[in-house]
Structures are given as C-alpha cells and as structure tokens.
Design a protein around this ligand. Structure first.
Ligand code: SF4
Length: 116
C-alpha cells in the first residue's frame, strides 16, 4: 500500500486529500469535502490529465497563445506539443477559434487571444 497526498484544484477551498493505492488501484480517498474531490484525486492517481497551454507560429510571424479546450492525458502531451510545433496558423484569429480540431481525442486546440 502507498499513500499519495494531493491538493484538490477543483475549487479555491483546496482540500488536502490522501489517496491510498494498492498495486496502482485506488483503495481509499479521504480529506475531500465534496465528491468532485474524490473524482479529481482518483483521476490524478490513475489517469492524470492537464490542459496544455503553449504558443503557435502564425503566418504573420507573431506567436499566437493557444490552449486545449479540455484536459488531455499527461501521457499524450508530448504528441500534442509536436502537433502545435508543426503547425502555422492563419490570421486573423479570434479568441476561442478552433485552430486544430480533435488534437487529442475530443479536445480541440483553441486560440487564447485575438490576433489580427
Ligand atoms: S474536494 Fe470539493 S470542496 Fe474540496 S477543493 Fe475539491 S472541489 Fe473544492
């Protein structure tokens, strides 16, 4: 059995959560004030995901801030970054425009800023 200490980031309360794992499987979750914390902690231990934020080259030579519109598996972040680095987006771009649809599963890459 191993224990993992986490801070829930699902809301500003920041509950300190202890997850007990047995052979990689979650046995117990304590310290979460609400069910969202349990789901967060289980995912963080078994299937961690992150929103990817980066910049992308554009056709006018300006770097465009971009991010995924959903968290992607941490294991897939390297592949997402390769796709971002291999792409040059066309301007103008509005905040929230999809630049690469389904960059990882159902997560899209979107613009974080309007660039004219
Ligand atoms: S467990 Fe619930 S209350 Fe605690 S930080 Fe997470 S979302 Fe907020």
């Amino acid at each position: 059995m191993t224990e993992k200490l986490l801070t829930c980031v699902e809301c500003p309360r920041g509950c300190q959560i202890t997850v007990t794992l047995d052979d990689g499987k979650v046995v117990s979750v304590v310290g979460n004030f609400c069910p969202r914390g349990k789901v967060y902690a289980e995912n963080e231990c078994v299937n961690p995901k992150r929103v990817v934020t980066s910049t992308m080259n554009s056709d006018i030579g300006v770097l465009v801030p971009v991010r995924t519109d959903k968290p992607v598996l941490k294991a897939n972040i390297f592949d997402v970054m390769k796709k971002i680095n291999a792409t040059t987006c066309k301007t103008p771009i509005k905040l929230g425009d999809v630049i690469i649809a389904n960059i990882d599963g159902d997560a899209n890459l979107i613009a974080s800023k309007t660039v004219k």
